[in-house]
Design a protein around this ligand. Structure first.
Ligand code: FEO
Length: 397
């Protein structure tokens, strides 16, 4: 990554990972990612905010060489996860005078994860400030977005807020700023869905704190910097609210066409009743797309054939993912087909223990669906529409 000047004596010096396609061996990265690190020159001291993923350490060091940085006084660690802290051990060797500035919990984690000696730390508290001379670093604790030790760092003189993972996006781009807002919106929503969604109560509190500051730039540690912060703050507030939208999603798998026929009938019945619907064939689906849909949906209908006496593993995975992400969906249902019996309903309900859901009556069909099944699916679509009218803004009579 190139060195890019963000503001007077504030530089982006991190690394772009154009080709990374999977994060944590779990999350798909259709547009790669970046590990942003920012160098701040004060009139007296120099600070580096966050570092990079360990395999990208050499790029960060090259960027610091380009700027002829011969001294770093403080390495600010907003978050201990190694995609942001992984280069710290190498930097401590190159800049032996530098100290890591973080909170007590982060210190403990960095010692555990990176084996950093105790005497290299300065521990700060919530609200504390650190002077670089004519620039001040103010530390704002922001736990649980998605780890417990996370902080934001704010420079009041420049009105810049460094939020690490929060408000970020997995987006490899040569642009410093998020000017392609349509694209960044989708990638930031994907990031929120896959990483932040379970913590939305904390997110709402953190957004309140940010809104009380004068902020002109939000610089996360993945993806571009926001020089129009209102765009991402409003989007995030919408995603993190508890308001659901008039949307039903249907994660499904079908082996011989019975279940897909039911899905298709239900999708049409919902459309006819004004409910936005999105089926997801879980055979080969990018789980990130399902996660994004879970951000807004009021209802999730699991549709499954019967395999080895239970739901198909693809649909089990969808239920597992939903349970882990704890979306704000309020209603759920189970439909599908069997040949001689099965426990799909008990199995899927058992998995969804983290989500407070009202279940519709299941629609299960022996063999291929016929008129009776279609009529039951019509009734289900009617029940979904009625529930949505009672809870979705703009749908209430
Ligand atoms: Fe980008 Fe939680 O690390």
């Amino acid at each position: 990554m190139a060195v890019i000047k963000m503001k007077e004596r504030i530089y982006s010096v991190g690394a772009v990972d154009w080709n990374r396609r999977v994060f944590d061996e779990l999350i798909h990265l259709p547009e790669g990612t970046s590990y942003n690190s920012y160098l701040i020159y004060g009139s007296e001291k120099t600070a580096l905010i966050d570092t990079v993923y360990p395999p990208k350490t050499f790029e960060l060091i090259e960027n610091l060489k380009k700027l002829k940085v011969n001294k770093i006084d403080y390495i600010i660690s907003n978050h201990a996860e190694q995609d942001h802290s992984g280069a710290i051990p190498e930097l401590l060797k190159i800049y032996p005078e530098s100290r890591i500035v973080c909170n007590a919990k982060c210190k403990e984690m960095l010692i555990d994860l990176l084996l950093i000696p105790d005497d290299r730390f300065i521990v700060i508290n919530d609200g504390e400030t650190l002077s670089l001379g004519d620039k001040t670093l103010q530390f704002i604790f922001a736990p649980w977005v998605h780890w417990p030790e996370t902080i934001f760092t704010y420079i009041p003189e420049d009105k810049v807020l460094f939020t690490c993972d929060f408000l970020g996006s997995h987006f490899a781009t040569s642009e410093l700023f998020a000017h392609d807002e349509k694209k960044v919106y989708l990638l930031a929503k994907r990031y929120y869905a896959e990483v932040m969604m379970p913590f939305r109560a904390n997110i709402r509190k953190h957004l309140e704190k940010i809104n009380s500051l004068a902020v002109e730039f939000i610089a996360p540690s993945h993806g571009p910097v926001y020089d129009r912060p209102k765009f991402i703050l409003e989007a995030q507030a919408d995603w993190a609210s508890e308001d659901v939208k008039n949307i039903a999603i249907i994660p499904y798998t079908s082996m011989y066409g019975s279940t897909s026929k039911m899905v298709s009938h239900l999708a049409d019945a919902l459309k006819e009743r004004g409910v936005e619907v999105r089926p997801f064939d879980m055979t080969g689906e990018d789980a990130g797309n399902l996660a994004i849909a879970l951000v807004d949906a009021a209802t999730v209908i699991f549709a499954t054939p019967t395999v080895l006496s239970g739901a198909h593993p693809n649909v089990i995975y969808a239920a597992f993912l939903m349970n882990a992400l704890r979306p704000k969906a309020k209603f759920a249902g189970i439909i599908g087909s069997y040949s001689w019996g099965g426990k799909a309903v008990e199995q899927i309900k058992g998995i969804l223990s983290n989500v407070k859901l009202e279940f519709f009556d299941p629609v299960l069909v022996k063999g291929y669906p016929e008129e009776q099944a279609f009529s039951a699916l019509d009734n289900l679509s009617e029940a979904i529409r009625n529930k949505h009218q009672s809870v979705c803004k703009g749908e209430r009579d």
